[in-house]
Design a protein around this ligand. Structure first.
Ligand SMILES: [Zn+2]
Length: 297
């Protein structure tokens, strides 16, 4: 089985398998359409494949009866709990059913794998019901989640799970999805170019810590990170490797004004702060920290 364009994830999962330390709870985070559910099925197949590939990379074969039934959605030990209601959520009743089901032996393997796609809108009360099973999973029980933003999960669940970010490499510059964020990132670039700390911080300003505010800030930082990455590459190689970027002009201007070292430092700041945003739920503070770090670096 292959995951096209996701070599880093294949490597990561393979080394977990090799070391015999597959996490009991794993969260695949990322944008809609980035391929999180495909990665989740790949992970499940890797857990119970009868004939995984050997050598440098351990991967599920994709052909044995377990792999085929996971891919086809018919494996009795690969359980996708039902989402109900208008907004399709995992209710408390569903969670209670899952918890009591974990006590029942698997059908056809030595594992029971519970897969919760689109976990984003799950209420805290529902998550709490599941918490105990994640803390002390009965033998062979595994949990897989996909979310847009891991910050919606209880910190107690997060701390017991491995989080893997799934990115859609090819779709990274899909203009229609990212356009508003590239517009904001373009403002950040211009403020940085003119040394205008006030305008820079205004773009990142969020007064509340809602899911929307966090998502907005995260996407803005992501778009800015991409502009900076293009600028770093331009500075290093003299050419732009990303002709589809909506902010080529900004990247060029940044590469002209700043040294490679300075651009790399900017890139590192943005990358690390935007990663933290998935775990630390203080959106207003993050915007301020980014501005302070950029303008004091
Ligand atoms: Zn297989």
């Amino acid at each position: 089985m292959n995951l096209i364009g996701k070599d880093d994830i294949i490597k990561k999962l393979s080394s977990m398998k090799k070391s015999g330390r597959m996490p009991h709870s794993i969260i695949f985070s990322g944008e809609e359409g980035a391929g999180r559910k495909t990665v989740a099925r790949y992970f499940a197949a890797l857990l119970i494949c009868e004939n995984p590939t050997e050598g440098d990379i351990i991967a599920p074969c994709g052909e044995c009866r377990h792999c085929r039934r996971i891919l086809g959605g018919t494996h009795p030990d690969f359980i996708i709990p039902e989402r109900t209601g208008k907004t399709l959520i995992y209710t408390r009743d569903t969670m209670r059913q899952v918890v009591s089901d974990t006590a029942i032996m698997p059908n056809d393997t030595d594992r029971k794998i519970y897969f919760f796609p689109d976990f984003d809108n799950t209420a805290i009360q529902s998550q709490n019901i599941l918490l105990k099973s994640i803390e002390e999973p009965p033998g062979g029980v595994q949990f897989i989640f996909t979310v847009t933003d891991p910050g919606v999960l209880l910190p107690t669940i997060l701390s017991r799970s491995v989080v893997i970010e799934v990115r859609d490499i090819k779709g990274e510059f899909t203009a229609e999805i990212n356009a508003p964020y590239f517009e904001r990132a373009s403002k950040l670039s211009n403020a940085l170019l003119s040394g205008d700390e006030y305008s820079f911080s205004a773009v990142l300003h969020e007064s509340s810590d809602t899911t929307e505010a966090r998502a907005r800030l995260k996407k803005t930082l992501k778009a800015f990170e991409k502009i900076l990455r293009d600028a770093v590459i331009l500075c290093e190689t003299g050419k732009c490797d990303n002709p589809a970027s909506p902010c080529e002009e900004e990247a060029k201007a940044l590469a002209k004004k700043f040294s490679l070292r300075r651009l790399t430092a900017y890139f590192d700041i943005i990358e690390s702060e935007s990663k933290k945003l998935s775990y630390i739920t203080n959106t207003p503070l993050t915007g301020a920290v980014v501005t302070a770090n950029i303008f004091s670096s």
